[in-house]
Write a protein that binds this ligand. Structure first.
Ligand SMILES: C[S@@+](CC[C@H](N)C(=O)[O-])C[C@H]1O[C@@H](n2cnc3c(N)ncnc32)[C@H](O)[C@@H]1O
Length: 261
């Protein structure tokens, strides 16, 4: 993706999410999330498309549920990779839980400026500016204070599409390097398409994001997930709410025989 413009696909995702039904919790600050999303949406000027709105509703419900379930089972660290303008870090904030957000410097700087202007407190969020194409996500997280041995959650929503295959493979390895056995990784990936109408829609989506300067950089689909996870020492978490056909995946670390971690 060309820098230095803030990501428009991330702004559009925030605009769609503003219309989504959200999982509610007794803790957190959903109002802060919505204020940020409204601010982003106000400057956008695009017409939401109904099929994409349905997809974003399903994806949002999946990631909301993954976060809320993780917090209920005692996760105390969450990292959103390619966070964009997602603000689950605020919506689901909870005492004792540390949030990390990784994104391109331009997008992250724009988000932080908006948070400051809106006087939204994000003291419990550690922002890490990084181009994932450069690798080193594990080191960047550790430098920012990430603790590899505590129960944690990685979120990677709507990002895989924009990374070269080897960059996504490297990201999965880097995240595994700083994941203890109780950690989970949730990500979305394109479902495979074969019918002509769906193939045409996928091609239109690729043309739209390319025109926005954020081209799709791989043809990976959920059919590739088992191989991708296996090569990076993850496995599909059968006990979770994964929906591989929809490209909504939760992975758990595979044990490394030599280290037992
Ligand atoms: C479609 S947006 C999704 C944003 C957010 N996860 C959401 O669901 O609202 C894709 C995000 O990936 C980020 N991204 C894409 N390529 C990246 C890269 N090479 N390094 C860091 N971030 C990247 C973009 O900046 C953007 O925030």
């Amino acid at each position: 993706m060309a820098e230095p413009a803030p990501s428009v696909t991330a702004q559009r995702a925030a605009a769609y999410r503003l219309r989504c039904r959200r999982v509610e919790t007794p803790h957190g600050d959903p109002d802060a999330d919505e204020r940020l999303a409204r601010d982003v949406t106000a400057s956008l000027g695009f017409t939401p498309e109904s099929r994409m709105a349905r997809y974003l509703q399903a994806r949002t419900a999946f990631f909301d549920r993954v976060v809320v379930n993780a917090l209920e089972r005692g996760v105390i660290q969450v990292a959103a990779i390619g966070a964009g303008y997602d603000a689950r870090s605020l919506r689901y904030r909870r005492t004792g839980v540390r949030w990390f957000e990784i994104d391109h410097p331009a997008t992250q700087a724009d988000k932080r400026r908006r948070l400051e202007r809106l006087q939204i407190d994000a003291h419990d969020v550690t922002f890490v500016a990084l181009d994932l194409a450069d690798g080193g996500t594990d080191g960047a997280l550790l430098d920012a204070g990430w603790e590899p041995d505590v129960p944690s959650l990685f979120l990677c929503e709507g990002v895989a599409f924009y990374l070269e295959v080897q960059v996504f493979e490297g990201l999965l390895r880097d995240l595994r390097a700083v994941a203890g056995i109780a950690t989970r990784l949730a990500f979305s990936i394109m479902p495979p398409v074969s019918e002509p109408a769906r193939v045409a829609r996928r091609a239109r989506l690729c043309a739209v994001v390319e025109a926005l300067g954020e081209p799709a950089l791989n043809g990976l689909t959920s059919g590739d997930v088992d191989a991708l996870l296996g090569a990076a020492c993850w496995r599909m978490d059968e006990a979770s709410s994964s929906s591989p056909r929809a490209g909504l995946i939760v992975a758990a670390p595979k044990r490394r025989p030599e280290a037992g971690t």
